[in-house]
Every structure is written in structure tokens, then in C-alpha cells.
Ligand binder design. Structure first.
Ligand code: SF4
Ligand code: SF4
Length: 213
């Protein structure tokens, strides 16, 4: 699949077509993870591991990822949406009790808050239910690639539990390009700001309707 080219100066581009461009991008990401999966010969994560989801309540999510996430959230019956919302609100309350705010976390990309919450129940992604991602088909970009070697533009990064001693043997996923494309697509729907996970989930669940591609 060819890398997507973002439509430029297209007055007809609306949020639906931008979401569709995002989904195309995620299909490309999927092919990249498949490439590494096949090269390595097996799935890199232990089947029962979800440790990375235990510490993502404050990860920053771009607006275009949020638009797709909303589709996943709104597929759930009301009681599950309520469970997720309450979990997200609990994280927001905890963060604000200890002095964080949406703006402060956005400024430092959530780096400080992630350390402060680490190990606490409020650190867990609100969309994790019983150890399972409840929005798997719609999960954000980083959730799709973490576990594989990625080039984030500064370094070769990878979950410390996977590809041990082998990270440099494989061509990494060009995460920086995918993340930059998410930023560009978000700008096209008029939202440059990224939002900490728990705050975003509370907001998305309070909004009406979903944007379909
Ligand atoms: S969205 Fe899903 S995969 Fe990503 S951190 Fe949350 S539960 Fe984990
Ligand atoms: S990326 Fe790492 S922490 Fe996350 S599920 Fe895979 S092995 Fe576990």
C-alpha cells in the first residue's frame, strides 16, 4: 500500500473524508506491524500481557485518533460507556487532586503525570476492561505499534519486554511520520491540541453522534 498523501487545499474535504484518510493510515500501520510479525515469526507480546495499558490514562491523543476512538466507544451499550466514563472521571479527579490540569499535562506531553500516577489504579487506560482493550479496532496509533521497534524521530524505541537484543535487526516502524500525519489530519479538522486520554474519553462520551468515514 502506498503511503497516503494528505489532501491539500481541497475545499470539499470534510471531517468524514479526513477520518477515512486516518483509517487508511491505520491500515498502512497494520501492514507495517504485519511485516515485523512475519519477519520475527511470531507475535512479540505474551498473550496475557497488557502492562502498557496500565499506565496510559494520561497519554496524549490527537483529535483525529479521538474521532475514531469515539466510534469504538459509542458502539458499547450504555452501561459499558458509563463504566468507561466513570473510570476516566476517577483518573481526572485523582490528577486534579494532586495538582495536574489538562493544560499542564499537554505542555509536558504528560511526562510528569505519568510518573506520579504510575502503579495507581487511576493510571490505567479507562478503555481497558478486564484486561482487554474495549476499543481494539479503534485504538490510538501508539497502541497499534507499541511492542514493535519504532523510530520516533529521536531514537529507536520499543517496549522493554519485546524484541530483546533484536531491535536493531529489523527496520523499525516510521512512527514519527505516522504521528506527524495524525497531527496534520487533526489540523484539517481544526484541532491542533492533543488531549490526555482520560480527559478525552470523558469528552467523547459526552458528545452526541459519531463521524463515519
Ligand atoms: S486504548 Fe486499548 S490498547 Fe490503548 S491503552 Fe487503552 S486499553 Fe490499551
Ligand atoms: S507492548 Fe509490552 S507491555 Fe504492552 S502488551 Fe506487549 S509486551 Fe506487554
Amino acid at each position: 500500500m502506498q503511503p497516503i498523501e494528505i489532501q491539500k487545499d481541497n475545499e470539499d474535504a470534510n471531517s468524514n473524508s479526513v477520518v477515512e484518510q486516518y483509517r487508511h493510515l491505520m491500515r498502512e500501520v497494520h501492514l507495517e506491524t504485519q511485516r515485523l510479525y512475519k519477519a520475527r515469526g511470531n507475535f512479540p507480546c505474551p498473550s496475557t500481557c497488557y502492562d502498557c495499558c496500565r499506565n496510559t490514562a494520561t497519554m496524549l491523543i490527537s483529535e483525529i485518533e479521538g474521532q475514531d476512538l469515539k466510534v469504538g466507544l459509542k458502539k458499547h451499550p450504555p452501561e459499558i460507556q458509563e463504566h468507561i466514563r466513570k473510570k476516566a472521571e476517577r483518573s481526572v479527579r485523582k490528577l486534579e487532586q494532586i495538582g495536574f490540569s489538562h493544560e499542564r499535562m499537554t505542555r509536558d506531553a504528560g511526562m510528569e503525570s505519568v510518573e506520579v500516577l504510575k502503579g495507581k489504579p487511576e493510571a490505567e487506560c479507562p478503555m481497558l476492561i478486564g484486561g482487554v482493550c474495549s476499543v481494539y479496532e479503534h485504538r490510538p496509533l501508539i497502541c497499534r505499534v507499541w511492542g514493535y521497534p519504532i523510530d520516533n524521530g529521536r531514537e529507536l524505541a520499543c517496549c522493554r519486554k519485546t524484541f530483546i537484543g533484536q531491535r536493531r535487526l529489523y527496520k523499525p516502524i516510521d512512527y514519527a511520520r505516522y504521528w506527524d500525519t495524525c497531527r496534520d489530519l487533526s489540523e484539517k479538522i481544526g484541532a491542533e491540541e492533543k488531549t490526555p486520554n482520560a480527559y478525552l474519553v470523558v469528552r467523547l462520551l459526552s458528545e452526541e453522534g459519531v463521524t463515519e468515514g
